[in-house]
Design a protein around this ligand. Structure first.
Ligand code: CMP
Length: 139
């Protein structure tokens, strides 16, 4: 295992419910180091670029509408085994399939509105942190 980075996004559904603090506290309790954090209302273009790998899939438009409908909280996180650890903490993509105690089980409402994002590989963790936080190495 090694120290890795992962990008976490607290999605608009959580911000609308004013529950960002629940997720932030969980991030700290799980031992992540917050390298960078900011709240932003993402443009449709920024969301389409971030999720470019999903372009052409049936849910792409719905995903981009949702992620650009209100503010999100973006976090570049670092920890030993960060990618797998964060994915375990957030749970399955579809909250209906997520384990009890995971963030998506507790805060997500559907596969589209699933509360949080996590990078799916070490390579994507570094790339996604860089997408929103160029120069995060200096943190
Ligand atoms: P996320 O981990 O942010 O990465 C891609 C997102 O696409 C995923 O979370 C889901 O919110 C969304 N997604 C995946 N499958 C579907 C689907 N079948 N319908 C709607 N959204 C989906």
């Amino acid at each position: 295992m090694s120290v890795q980075r992962t990008l976490a996004i607290i999605k608009p559904d959580v911000v609308e419910k004013r529950q960002q603090g629940v997720v932030l506290q969980r991030i700290l309790d799980e031992g992540f180091r917050v390298l960078a954090m900011r709240q932003a209302r993402l443009s449709r273009q920024a969301v389409e670029g971030f999720y470019a790998v999903h372009r052409g899939k049936p849910f792409f438009d719905e995903l981009c509408d949702f992620m650009s409908r209100g503010p999100v909280v973006l976090l570049a996180l670092e920890r030993e085994n960060a990618v797998a650890h964060w994915r375990a903490v957030i749970g399955a993509t579809n909250p209906a399939n997520a384990e009890p105690g995971t963030i998506r089980k507790e805060l997500g409402s559907s596969v589209g509105e699933n509360a949080v994002h996590g990078s799916d590989s070490e390579e994507n963790g570094a790339r996604e942190c860089d997408y929103f936080f160029a120069g995060v190495d200096q943190a």
